[in-house]
Ligand binder design. Structure first.
Ligand code: ADP
Ligand code: ZN
Ligand code: ZN
Length: 721
């Protein structure tokens, strides 16, 4: 048979594609296994080629998909991302497919379910004797006849009980096509709240607007944003369409999944995030692609999931910086989501109590529709703000006497308290009193942080761990002192100080897979307790008995050079404060500060994010900063110190930029990270086309240059700072 030629994208940091031959007709987007530099890798077919102009074309080893696993929309989206974010197309394909499929494996459409047998249908209570739990479980089966694994979990049927029912012949294991999972899709309508007037207005307005529109719901925490999109999701599912919900943080997925499962069926909601096994991720991907499930909740990269019939995208906490990927190929999942919605002609809803300035500007420019919610549901009031002067009292593990008194008062009233500190570990700094030495990471330009569980020094940038030395490694003096307070130390201190109150630390380290599998990462106790947490806790969680939030260090960010610092600080403080007093109890927030008179803290206390955001926007406009101009960063990194600067200087000279069109080249804030030396050149322009043309010019230079072996150059379009 005649040879056909195909252009194939390979999952490598290379912008060009490669030509291979085959005598089989292969559809665009399919995975193929090809030889590349003495190994076999999985690539993706970009297009057919008529007459290749390359000699010695190698044949495709194996065609992995008869038909492409992704649809035309996905294919177009990948092309757009490659073009807009200047990313190698093979790497985008790689992100689009879950690891399981990237390795060329196949995924099955079947699933095991547990079904009641005829014997089981007839079994009566008596035959169980004292095995009461077994009978209760059987009753669930007698009601529903078939349960999948999530169904077992929802009904609290353990493996031991299931095994007992199976061995008695009352329940059997059946293999089902996953499609059949969603046969029983009655929505439980009593699970929805009736929307209040304000919510209803927004709901109607979004529902009745023509599709193909981006909406921003800007409402204070607890104002009922989530409930609005739940109603819109219901409409979407009733039309037989699917929904994608992006959340910024894995910790938010369990609770949301439970809520949506209650409304739309346990088996109808899938999850996608990096803490799941490869197989589970591949199943979620496949379930959406084939239309087996209606709702997908996922973190950033879930935006790269093909859907059979996507009808709505929700981006919750749209301001959150974790939507931006800053390693590998750099993109903003929120912005990709907006483009995707536009491409598929569906609505997108972005929600936040503290929207990003870019989104607020897009509303002013009438690119997005702005919907404001001004009141909290159930008359819950906004919390009261107080500033506690860190200079005025002796600190105990970073807490003022005033804060400690307030905490004990709230606890004695039976309430819960959140102490917020964005520093992990025990002591952020170790210091030799004799010679001033501090332990630094050998791979990065940063100090190592002391952790106690287990006791060791950890680099928060590359993860390097060392035992804690007994004596100074410079002068040998046994005079090492710990400085500053991290969450571990705060936890230890509060446990000691409030002996009878549970203290629970919630940060990345304390969050494990098991907690993520349960319905919420937070304790469901209503009893007095103290939560100690990092920014994970600032997001979206809802605890009705929490009445006091103490922000241990409100100053970080006040004096930063980064133009985004003030926006981020306002968002963080207002988000954290939003955890206080969410129901009928009044809440209070204490901001601890060394500069209590700082005008910015006063502004935060007004809780008027709208006003703060507008002021920052005006400032950005005057100073010609994003979002009023566009920026693209060119990053260069190398194991050899001088190279990044040399390469960026070469690029810089060739571009002939005007004075107001660039910043740098200069070293990154932390120049050495994971042994790489890093520099950056920022391009700026009021004209998007122009700045993209410049970036394309840079790419051509990089692709044709010979330094790529020793220096990695990468592009960041719309960088965060
Ligand atoms: P947000 O997303 O703005 O933080 P939520 O949608 O989570 O707010 O609502 C806050 C709380 O109020 C939740 O417990 C929610 O169940 C409840 N709630 C929301 N809307 C209503 C309503 N219309 N009637 C009664 N309770 C509501
Ligand atoms: Zn020393
Ligand atoms: Zn390091």
């Amino acid at each position: 048979m005649e040879n056909l030629y195909y252009e194939v994208a390979l999952p490598l940091p290379l912008r060009n594609s490669f030509t291979y031959s085959s005598n089989i007709k292969i559809s665009i987007g399919s995975r193929v296994q090809v030889p590349f530099r003495n190994r076999e890798i999985v690539g993706y077919v970009l297009k057919k080629q008529s007459s290749p102009n390359v000699k010695s074309i190698k044949p495709i080893t194996k065609v992995l998909d008869r038909n492409s696993l992704i649809d035309k929309h996905s294919f177009d989206l990948i092309q757009w991302i490659a073009n807009y974010y200047k990313a190698p197309i093979g790497e985008i394909f790689k992100s689009y497919f879950p690891p399981f499929l990237r390795k060329g494996k196949e995924i099955s459409d079947s699933i095991e379910v547990y079904a009641i047998t005829n014997l089981g249908k007839l079994a009566s209570k008596e035959s169980f004797g004292r095995a009461k739990k077994q009978f209760e479980a059987l009753e669930v089966f007698q009601h529903q006849s078939e349960l999948s694994r999530p169904g077992l979990k929802a009904n609290k049927i353990s493996k031991v009980i299931l095994d007992a029912l199976i061995s008695k012949g009352y329940v059997e294991i059946k293999s089902l096509n996953r499609k059949e999972l969603i046969t029983n899709r009655e929505l439980s309508s009593d699970a929805f709240f009736e929307l209040n007037v304000e919510q209803n207005k927004i709901y109607k307005s979004i529902k009745n607007s023509s599709t193909n529109l981006a909406h921003l719901i800007f409402g204070v925490t607890g104002s009922g944003k989530t409930e609005i999109y739940f109603h819109l999701i219901r409409d979407c599912i009733e039309k037989g369409k699917q929904v994608l919900i992006l959340v910024p943080e894995i910790g938010l997925t369990p609770n949301l999944k439970a809520e949506l499962g209650r409304r739309f069926g346990e088996d109808n909601v899938a999850l996608l995030h990096s803490e799941m096994s490869e197989k589970d991720r591949a199943h979620s991907w496949n379930d959406m692609n084939k239309g087996f499930k209606s709702i997908l909740i996922g973190t950033r990269s879930a935006i790269f999931t093909p859907f059979k019939d996507l009808g709505l995208i929700v981006v919750d906490e749209e301001h959150d910086s974790s939507y931006k990927q800053i390693d590998g190929f750099r993109y903003s999942a929120r912005d990709v989501a907006v483009y995707r919605a536009n491409l598929e002609k569906i609505s997108i809803i972005m929600c936040s109590a503290t929207p990003s300035l870019e989104s607020l500007k897009n509303c002013k420019d009438e690119k997005y529709f702005l919907h404001k919610l001004t009141q909290r549901v159930k008359d819950a009031r906004q919390p009261k703000f107080e500033i506690s002067d860190l200079r005025s009292s002796e600190l105990k593990s970073g807490l003022t006497e005033y804060s400690l008194n307030e905490i004990s008062q709230e606890l004695s009233k039976g309430n819960q308290v959140l102490v917020f500190l964005n520093k992990k570990g025990y002591a952020p700094m170790v210091f030799c009193n004799k010679c001033g030495w501090t332990p630094e990471c050998s791979n990065c330009d940063v100090s190592m942080v002391y952790h106690i569980n287990p006791k060791r020094l950890v680099c928060h940038h590359c993860g390097t761990k060392h035992p804690m030395p007994v004596a100074c490694l410079n002068c040998n003096a046994e005079d090492l002192e710990l400085f500053h307070t991290g969450t571990e130390k705060l936890e230890e201190f509060l446990k000691e100080y409030f002996k009878n109150t549970p203290v629970i630390r919630v940060d990345r380290e304390a969050l494990d897979r098991e907690k993520l599998k349960s319905n919420s990462v937070l304790p469901d106790s209503k009893e007095p307790l103290i939560l100690v947490g990092t920014q994970i806790l600032a997001k979206g969680h809802h605890m009705p008995n929490l009445t006091l939030v103490v922000v241990v260090d409100a100053d970080s960010g006040l004096f930063s050079v980064d133009h985004k610092a003030s926006e981020r600080l306002a968002q963080l403080l207002i988000q954290v404060s939003g955890r206080a007093g969410r129901e009928d109890k009044e809440g209070k927030v204490i901001l601890q500060s060394f500069v209590p008179e700082h005008p910015f803290l006063e502004k935060i206390s007004s809780f008027d994010y709208d006003k703060i955001a507008n002021e920052i926007l005006e400032d950005r406009q005057t100073n010609k900063l994003p979002p009023f101009i566009y920026q693209i960063n060119i990053h260069a990194e190398s194991l050899k110190r001088p190279l990044p600067e040399e390469v960026l200087m070469k690029i810089f000279r060739s571009l002939n930029l005007k004075d107001d069109e660039f910043i740098g080249p200069k070293p990154e804030l932390i120049e050495k990270r994971k042994n790489y030396f890093r520099w950056v050149l920022t391009l700026k322009s009021e004209n998007r086309k122009k700045i993209h043309a410049l970036a394309n010019q840079v790419i051509n230079m990089i692709d044709q240059s010979d330094y790529s072996k020793n220096v990695r150059v990468s592009i960041d379009v719309d960088p965060l700072n």
